[in-house]
Design a protein around this ligand. Sequence first.
Ligand SMILES: [Zn+2]
Length: 455
Amino acid sequence: MDSRKCQWTAVFMLLAAAVPLAAQPSQFRPGFNLFTRDQDIQLGKEAAAEIEKQVEIVDNAELNAYIRTIGNRLIAQPQADKYPYFFKVVNDPSINAFALPGGPVYVHTGLIAAADNESQLAGVLAHEIVHVALRHGTNQASRANLIQLPLILASKAAGNTSLLGQLTQIGLGLGANSVLLKFSRTAETQADLMGVQIAAQAGYNPIEMARFFDKIEAEGGARAPQFLSSHPNPGNRKQAIENEIRQLPSRQYNADTGQLPRMKAIVSRLPAPKKVPTQGASGATAPLSIPESRPSGRMQSYQGKEYSLSYPDNWKAFPNEKSGGVILASPSGIQQTQQGISVGYGAILDYYQPKDPKATLWQATDEFVQQLRTVDPRLRAGREMPREIRLGNKRAIVTTLYSDSIFQGQTELDQLVTIPHPKGMLYIVFAVPEGEAAVANRSFDQMLQSLRLNF
Ligand SMILES: [Zn+2]
């Protein structure tokens, strides 16, 4: 399989290298793909149905018409390749937008709020359209699984089970870090450069795309990385975009409808997003329920690579294979979105590497809490001061934090325990709705006491 994979990569790279370097607009074609164009469209429909169970689609006629107007101007350009596009707004304050294979495009309200002008919004949409037109999601899926995928795609012609369901079974579904939604740097470059062409042809000043990316990158922190983590900066993003613009014929950029300020006002008046309980794309979660999430009082053990600990026997372990961490919780105490898993009742154990490798445990803990706060702006310190404890022969710091729970209307109590590790620190967050603390604390104590470390 590896040699086949390499072969395909080589073909792909040759194609990329064959792009003319002379001063003219970049041209890209879809890369290697095992899916048919129709399968892209079908997969996108199924994935859209799944995602729309997990997010809150904004039902505001003016806002929808606005996004559709911009979107339609963009998809009229030949580079969009006539897929059945549609555009929807997601009530979510984080700065993000994403596209699914075959045409569905979603924009977070946070992105509309963050755009300085309509050209920036159009630039991001044009970028998403290129991911669809160049079939980046299914291209990545094709390259990720050359063994099982051809069988699934061939059998699909006969069967009528969901394509998304079958892809999920071989690890190519939605969920965190989905290959369908998280793009390579090559794909990002293509989306930037062809997106610039689309935006310009539609009458939007294409430099605003670069300005927007620059702006959210500079902002850093939480609201920014969500877009940047699935659309990584391929390097010198701004300069590459400026170079591309130089190859384009000069035009009047006069498409701006002047409606953005009005749309921002609509966005600012929307109610805070309700969190929708989900089945989760991977089937890992159950409907949220506090009673179902309570620890049983009986324990089982979990063996990690560098640690072991006990946890309630009615909970499940969701290991993070990449980092070596684990989430221990009842499926009804966690919520899975396409951004990852949120734990409302349970424990997260993982590693953190401070920016300064020589940081003390106190400094690393501080930095980590700052990071958490950028991801969750509602996170706040408790009245209790952080305190040092001993765990076996190691020091540890316990920090109490509060936030809004994924259980609606509840305050979440987070007990963060940080322990020094040769590469930074190991941390455990015990999360629970505040009113449940008395029920859960005994189990959390037992878990902490049972922790054995071998590093
Ligand atoms: Zn992208």
